[in-house]
Write a protein that binds this ligand. Structure first.
Ligand SMILES: Nc1ncnc2c1ncn2[C@@H]1O[C@H](COP(=O)(O)OP(=O)(O)O)[C@@H](O)[C@H]1O
Ligand SMILES: [Mg+2]
Length: 242
């Protein structure tokens, strides 16, 4: 892969606590995701999935190893970036199991808020939000408040929001868990085409049997270490063709 873009993790370690009660949640994780690629991260409960995403998202500090995001070394046995808030805001899109939309803003403004916070004008931010809602096929719901949107629509707005600052990286933690099969596959199809369109590297943490066959590459994490596997890469092709 182009080592200057995407995500690269080398020998990443995370220890919670110290002494007798310390937990080594990550014991040397290696991972690589190319721009435009969507990989699955799967593993049993307690295996370290959320810890890995939180380290990558600069939400918690690793204990050692290296992380490179979008060509920037962000961690190398210590943070290489001073402004972690700006890193999270500008370089990383988060998608969670629950959409966490702001209840008193309509769909468009939930998305537009993100570029506004990054310093873009209201007009530019709204234009960008409208474009993304269009791409995600929810532009007809732009004026609707979150409570009026279906689960699938809310999750598409949440994906639009994650893409709003055109981050090189998207981290999705169980993004399809609350959705039925058709909506779950549609969300994964959208993540794939958005990843390609915007050259975004995407990691999807999931238990969801419905979407696991869609990944071309999977990292299985067990007891704080990852193993790479070939996935089936099914359905995604079909979904992206239409
Ligand atoms: N804040 C924390 N303090 C101490 N131990 C933690 C903390 N968060 C997670 N752990 C432990 O780290 C390990 C990995 O947890 P986690 O990353 O949440 O796994 P997963 O998301 O795969 O279920 C587990 O043993 C968990 O108990
Ligand atoms: Mg978890």
């Amino acid at each position: 892969m182009d080592s200057l873009k995407g995500i690269r993790i080398e020998g990443l370690r995370k220890r919670y606590g110290a002494g007798d009660t310390a937990v080594d949640a990550l014991k040397g994780v290696d991972m690589e995701v190319a721009p435009g690629e969507v990989v699955g991260l799967i593993g049993p409960s307690g295996s370290g999935k959320s810890t890995l995403l939180k380290c990558l998202g600069a939400v918690i500090e690793p204990t050692g190893g290296r992380m490179i995001l979008g060509g920037e070394p962000i961690y190398d046995d210590g943070w290489k970036i001073r402004d972690l808030r700006a890193l999270r805001r500008d370089s990383i899109g988060f998608v969670f199991q629950a959409p966490y939309l702001i209840p008193f803003l309509n769909a468009l403004d939930n998305v537009a808020l993100i570029p506004m916070l990054a310093g873009f004008s209201d007009g530019d931010s709204r234009r960008r939000a409208a474009e993304l809602l269009e791409a995600l096929d929810v532009s007809h719901r732009a004026d609707a408040m979150p409570s009026r949107l279906s689960g699938g629509e809310q999750q598409r707005v949440a994906i639009a929001r994650a893409l709003a600052n055109r981050p090189p990286v998207i981290l999705a933690d169980e993004p399809t868990a609350p959705l039925d099969s058709e909506r779950a596959l549609s969300v994964i199809g959208i993540l794939n085409s958005m990843a390609r369109q915007y050259e975004t590297a995407v990691i999807v943490v999931t238990h969801d049997e419905k979407i696991i066959p869609t990944f071309r590459r999977i990292y299985r994490i067990r007891d704080g270490r990852t193993v790479e596997e070939a996935g089936e890469g099914r359905l995604v092709q079909n979904m992206m063709e239409n």
